[in-house]
Every structure is written in C-alpha cells, then in structure tokens.
Ligand binder design. Structure first.
Ligand SMILES: NC(=O)c1ccc[n+]([C@@H]2O[C@H](COP(=O)([O-])OP(=O)(O)OC[C@H]3O[C@@H](n4cnc5c(N)ncnc54)[C@H](OP(=O)(O)O)[C@@H]3O)[C@@H](O)[C@H]2O)c1
Length: 249
C-alpha cells in the first residue's frame, strides 16, 4: 500500500520509511525539508494522493507546554481533515509510555492532547505508546551540553531502539486501525545518566556527564512500562555496539 510518513526524516521516522520500503510499500516522506508542512497543510494534499495510511512521527522542536500542545493538536487536526478529504483510511500516531503518570510535565501534557485529537477522528486511528528510544541518550546529551559537560536528568527508563519502533509502526499500519494498542518498551530498565555516559564514550564526545535531578513533575518509575507491555530488543548494550549508535551525519 502507499504510506505517508509525517516526520519521515526524524530519529524514528527514517526507520519507518526504511522498513515500509523494505516490506514493499510505496512511501511519501512528509517533512518541511521535503516541501510538506503538516502543521500549515502546505503541500499536504498533493503528497497524500493515493495514500492509504499516514504514520505521524513529527515533533515540535520544543518541550514547552503551550507551544508543543498547539503543534500536536494542529498537526493531528490537519492530518485528519486533509487526510479524510484525500481518502486516507488509517492514521497511526506515536506517543510515549507513562505520560498520564507525569501529566504535570508540559511536553507530556501536550502528548496527551495529541492522543485525544488523534482518537477523535474522522480518520480511523491507532495510537502506540513507546518508551524513550536508545537514541534518546544522544538527544539529552545534545540538549544538556555546555562546552565539555552535559547535564542529564536522573530518570529511570526502559529504552527501545528507534529502528524497532519504526518496524512496529509499520506492522500496525498493515494490521489496520486498532485504537490504543499495548505499550512498547525495550528489554531492561536503566538509569538515563548511565546510558548517556556510555553513549558519550562510544561516540568519543569527550564530555563529562553530570547527573541532574529528575524534573519534579516526573515521578520515579513513571516512564517504565507496566504489565502487559510488549518488550522488544535489542538491548541498549547490543545497540551501542552496532552502527545505529553512531550519528549518520
Ligand atoms: N525521542 C524519543 O525517545 C521518543 C520516544 C517515544 C515517542 N517519541 C515520539 O516520537 C515522535 C518523533 O520523535 P523523534 O525524536 O523521532 O523526532 P525528531 O527526530 O525531532 O524528528 C521530527 C520530525 O518531524 C518533522 N517535522 C517537524 N515539524 C514539521 C512540520 N511542521 N511539518 C512536517 N514535518 C515536520 C521533522 O522534519 P523537518 O524539520 O524537515 O520538518 C522531522 O522529520 C514524537 O512525537 C515523540 O513524542 C519520541
């Protein structure tokens, strides 16, 4: 089938695109760098021609509550209205495990608003919550970098490879609309600071990783998967040894 990937150039989006192509699907990549803005709708109608399903893995580039909420609700609304008009039959959106347990954190409040907007229709939808990616260790290193140090919050996480999340999203596209599906997580819990240190060493970044307190709005263990979650490898250690742990650009 023809699948559009909104955010198809991003951390997880590139793996959605790769997996969909490898499984024989036609793919349209929707991102501003490819001339499509899914928030404003610029270029969207033409890009959705012949598309049966849309995977939404966009990200606003801010964790601030109001700005992120506006982004996610506008993107979801746009994909629904333009998607329905173009004959799209399934919208698959990626969310985050535990956001309802940490809704005081602005970005997670925004993700909850996104989930509500996605499930409100009119296009039949699937929402997958995943834990932080193994690649998240690199994202927090970049956010917390100050010269030769990087500040990383002391959070318990159970990270999963973005490549794995991309594959599961394509499986969900193929399975058809299912509403909210079981959570997806990696194989084992870990301390985000330890993961960031290991990744900084692997990439030879030469930064000292400083452990900061976790944000007060995120209770301890809030981000870990509950019973019934789908656990998928590789482990962080195996991922770290492979090529996906090194930046491509
Ligand atoms: N990172 C994690 O650990 C994690 C864990 C679980 C769930 N998630 C969720 O997964 C999703 C993707 O996260 P990510 O880390 O892969 O994001 P990312 O690497 O920041 O990539 C974001 C993508 O969105 C695109 N984008 C942004 N604004 C756009 C717009 N107006 N129109 C079209 N495309 C736009 C970007 O391309 P352009 O800049 O070219 O537009 C890029 O392809 C998010 O919803 C996040 O909440 C992330």
């Amino acid at each position: 089938m023809r699948i559009a990937v909104a955010g198809g150039t991003g951390t997880v989006g590139r793996y959605v695109v790769d997996t969909a192509r490898a499984r024989g699907h036609g793919v349209a990549v929707l991102s501003r760098s490819r001339g499509v803005d899914v928030r404003t709708g610029s270029g969207l109608e033409a890009a959705l021609e012949g598309v049966e399903a849309v995977v939404d893995v966009t990200n606003p580039g801010t964790t601030e509550r109001e700005a992120a909420t506006a982004f996610f609700t506008e993107v979801s609304g746009r994909l629904h209205t333009v998607g329905a008009a173009c004959g799209v039959r399934h919208l698959v959106t990626l969310s985050i495990v535990g956001i309802d347990r940490a809704a005081g954190y602005g970005y997670y409040a925004a993700k909850l608003a996104q989930e509500r907007a996605v499930l409100a229709g009119p296009v039949p939808a699937t929402v997958l919550r995943a834990t932080q990616f193994h690649e998240f260790a690199g994202q927090v290193l970049a956010w917390g970098r100050q010269r030769s140090t990087a500040h990383v919050p002391s959070l318990r996480v159970q990270t999963v490879a973005a490549r794995t999340v991309g594959r599961v999203l394509v499986e969900l596209v193929e399975a058809g609309p299912a509403g909210t599906v079981p959570d997806l997580a990696g194989p084992e819990p870990a301390d985000l600071v330890a993961l960031a240190r290991a990744l900084a060493e692997r990439r030879g970044l030469g930064v000292a990783v400083v452990a900061d307190p976790a944000p007060a709005e995120i209770p301890e263990d809030a981000l870990l998967p509950g019973a019934g979650a789908r656990l998928e490898g590789p482990t962080f250690r195996a991922w770290l040894a492979g090529p996906d742990a090194l930046p491509t650009t």
